[in-house]
Design a protein around this ligand. Structure first.
Ligand code: DGI
Ligand code: FE
Ligand code: FE
Ligand code: FE
Length: 188
């Protein structure tokens, strides 16, 4: 399938706002790929598809995960916002025929991050924070960091997420903790 058919796939599954977000993330991912030397086509595809399951009602997400045989950990069961990323990677593989493991992986880990993220993983992770549609306190800091270095942007993005989750007393996924520790240790 090509980008246009991926776009029609998300058009049918996402509301207007989430559709616009996906287009903006794809654009941001292409621009980061240019800057940091990743495959622009893969960045664009990952950006367009990353939130494809996000507007599916939670019950339907659950049902589809069950169909696909996806088993969740205790933290994942109690963090419904993590489901759309896990599910998206399986959905685009099974239903849209995406086979590229780099794209599947970037989509799978776009919310939590993980240890040993690839360049493409990081690009999607950061693009999701700095896309043109985003407006939250701190977005300027992240956009500025992304202009300077991908590692700096990773630190800002991860710290932002971890603080937010701890403040809200929500569970933090082991992959989020792992990428936090690895990124901090590598940049001491
Ligand atoms: O899908 P988007 O809104 O574009 O962005 P996203 O996929 O990065 O999801 C962000 C949400 O995911 C935000 O509400 C925080 C939540 N999240 C990220 N990491 C974790 C998490 N929630 C829990 N409980 N644990 C995590 O480690
Ligand atoms: Fe997402
Ligand atoms: Fe994100
Ligand atoms: Fe997103």
């Amino acid at each position: 399938m090509n980008l246009e058919s991926y776009k029609s796939a998300i058009r049918g599954l996402l509301g207007d706002k989430r559709y616009e977000h996906s287009v903006c993330v794809a654009r941001a991912a292409v621009s980061l790929a240019q800057k940091y030397g990743a495959d622009e086509k893969k960045a664009e595809t990952a950006g367009i598809l990353h939130d494809i399951m996000k507007d599916l009602p939670q019950e339907e997400q659950k049902e589809r995960m069950r169909q696909y045989g996806i088993r969740l950990t205790d933290v994942e069961k109690n963090a419904p916002k993590l489901w759309h990323a896990i599910l998206a990677s399986e959905y685009i593989r099974r239903e849209l025929g995406v086979t590229d493991p780099e794209i599947l992986q970037a989509v799978r880990y776009h919310t939590t991050g993980r240890k040993n993220m690839t360049l493409l993983d990081k690009i999607l992770f950061i693009a999701d924070f700095i896309s043109d549609d985003r407006d939250y306190p701190g977005v300027d800091k992240l956009r500025q960091a992304a202009k300077n270095s991908l590692e700096q942007a990773m630190i800002e993005g991860i710290v932002f997420t971890v603080k937010d989750l701890a403040d809200a007393r929500r569970p933090i996924h082991p992959d989020t903790i792992a990428v936090y520790n690895q990124t901090i240790l590598q940049n001491l």
